[in-house]
Design a protein around this ligand. Structure first.
Ligand code: NAD
Ligand code: MN
Length: 494
């Protein structure tokens, strides 16, 4: 077990000590090979992490299958809930260390790791712990028979999660799966495997039986693909790119028709009307795009501003964006750290180049920041046309496309000029207009006079190619249960 312990020290001297084996059956075990995890603030190696291939995926699925059959399935909801509450408590206890690991591996500001990612993981687990003994069937009145439904767990559920919110996504998957009595195999992103492994140690400490929660990493096209195709996996929950979402669904279709939920990309419109509170709209629009360095599936990456306030908005937005504190994510007041990887850095810089080539106005930023790591200045393009690449494609970085609109019909048409439909926002002081436009927008979440406000108890997911199914809230429980009808004859004659 000690074989895979790695040590690392943050830029502020915080010492991290972590087991980087594959977490299967409550033990840290060897993978088929190792993956280098890089510190995005420096571009240097943080650690080598054990990586799964098909054999280790099989081992993890076998562990989860055995755990499901040998007891977890019959565990009382209140007992499952108690374990989940315990895990949440341990995560809160170790918030600082987990946050340091998350910031080291992902590059997000330490204050966000502490008060958003790690905290929300605990909050989400607690919310679903409360549901664990409250998932019931119904009695349905049928003539001559007693009919009732049972909401039964599916079995082994796989979760394939991305690098932008490694722990939040862990919570969104583990919470509803465990509450409803399933066992789980999580595959973390090969770019950010560390924080979930720290949580894995707490899964064991909390007292979960071996095999109920397995956490492995590995390359997507190897370990992710093997999970998506595995005949003993009953369901796969995926968060990531639309391109890979399609592959996961195809692999599910080609294997055992496992159930699939997908939470994919977006190009979400943020609509600001003339009558909006402009100073508030500026701040929320900033959070809408620059939160998590633009690496947010629901990012408000297209900002549509009504003609009457277009110039004023841009001036205020630029002034406010200039205040964004970029730098070492281990500093308490850093808002924006590095992008997650060299690949993402290069992609984003490519989009910035395309924006300039295609004739958008580069109003702010556009350059690399510093001389090492993957930092990019907050970048604002204005006068962006509907057919430009930066208006059409998901950039997943700190780059926003701003343009002008005339009226409601004009902006709703522009908002829908995309294959995505994850989120949208409306800024106005007219309640009737807020409701009208919210109702018309084809998006899984519509924010009014705010942006990127996520709550564990409200459903989240996409219209169109932004995905299928909803996570969070009571809605997510349906993804993890199957319904059985039982009919007991009273006086029906054969
Ligand atoms: P990705 O979709 O490749 O990775 C997400 C997860 O899927 C990772 O765990 C990865 O290992 C796994 N994966 C990759 N290929 C797989 C396959 N064939 N079968 C099964 N699993 C597989 O995302 P990325 O390459 O890290 O980022 C690329 C782009 O995806 C980003 O620029 C962004 O546009 C988008 N993205 C969206 C989200 C989101 O929250 N919706 C998150 C991350 C990335
Ligand atoms: Mn990393």
């Amino acid at each position: 077990m000690s074989n895979f312990i790695v040590e690392a020290t943050t830029s502020k001297g915080y010492k991290i000590n972590l087991n980087t084996g594959l977490f299967i059956n409550n033990e840290f075990v060897a993978g088929a090979n190792t993956i280098d995890t890089i510190n995005p603030s420096t571009g240097e190696l943080t650690a080598k992490v054990q990586a799964a291939e098909a054999k280790q995926v099989n081992d993890a699925v076998k562990a989860a299958t055995d755990a499901f059959k040998n007891g977890w399935k019959q565990t009382k909801g209140s007992d499952r809930g108690a374990l989940m509450y315990k895990l949440a408590e341990l995560i809160d206890r170790d918030n600082e260390e987990i946050s340091q690991i998350e910031t080291l591996d992902n590059g997000k500001g330490i204050t966000f790791s502490r008060f958003f990612d790690v905290k929300q993981l605990a909050v989400t687990l607690r919310y679903y712990a409360g549901w664990a003994d409250k998932v019931h069937g119904k009695v349905i009145d049928t003539e001559g028979a007693l009919s009732y439904t049972r909401h039964e767990p599916l079995g082994v559920c796989a979760a394939i999660i991305p690098w932008n919110f490694p722990l939040l996504m862990l919570g969104w998957k583990l919470g509803p799966a465990l509450a409803t009595g399933n066992t789980v195999v999580v595959k973390t992103s090969e770019l950010t495997p560390l924080s979930a492994l720290r949580v894995a140690a707490l899964v064991k400490e909390a007292g979960f039986p071996p095999g109920v929660v397995n956490i492995i990493t590995g390359y997507g096209n190897i370990a992710g693909d093997a999970l998506s195709r595995h005949p003993d996996v009953a369901k796969v929950a995926f968060t990531g790119s639309t391109a890979v979402g399609r592959m996961v669904m195809k692999a599910a279709a080609e294997s055992n028709l496992k159930k699939v939920t997908l939470e994919l990309g977006g190009k979400s419109p943020n609509i600001i009307f003339n009558d909006a509170n402009i100073d508030q709209a500026v701040k929320w629009a900033h959070k809408g795009i620059f939160f998590n360095h633009g690496q947010t599936c629901c990012a408000g990456s297209r900002v549509y501003v009504q003609e009457g306030i277009y110039e004023e908005f841009i001036e205020k937005f630029k002034a406010y964006t200039r205040l964004t504190k970029l730098g070492d994510p281990h500093e308490d007041d850093t808002y924006q750290g590095p992008q997650v990887s060299q690949v993402q850095f290069d992609r984003i810089m490519g989009y910035i180049e395309a924006g300039q080539k295609e004739g958008a106005t580069l109003a702010l930023g556009g350059k690399r920041w510093g001389s090492k790591g993957y930092f990019i200045e907050p970048t604002v393009f204005t006068d962006v046309k509907e057919d430009m690449t930066i208006m059409r494609e998901e950039i997943f970085g700190p780059v926003v496309a701003v343009s002008k609109f005339v009226d409601v019909d004009d902006v709703v048409a522009k908002a829908h000029n995309t294959t995505y439909g994850l989120a949208a926002a409306v800024f106005t002081s007219d309640v009737a207009r807020a409701i009208e436009v919210s109702n018309r927008l084809e998006a899984g979440t519509v924010w009014v006079n705010c942006y990127n406000e996520l709550d564990y108890n409200t459903p989240f997911g996409g219209y169109h190619e932004s995905g299928m199914g909803r996570e969070n809230g009571v809605y997510a429980l349906d993804n993890y249960t199957q319904i059985k009808t039982v009919k007991i004859n009273i006086n029906r004659q054969a």
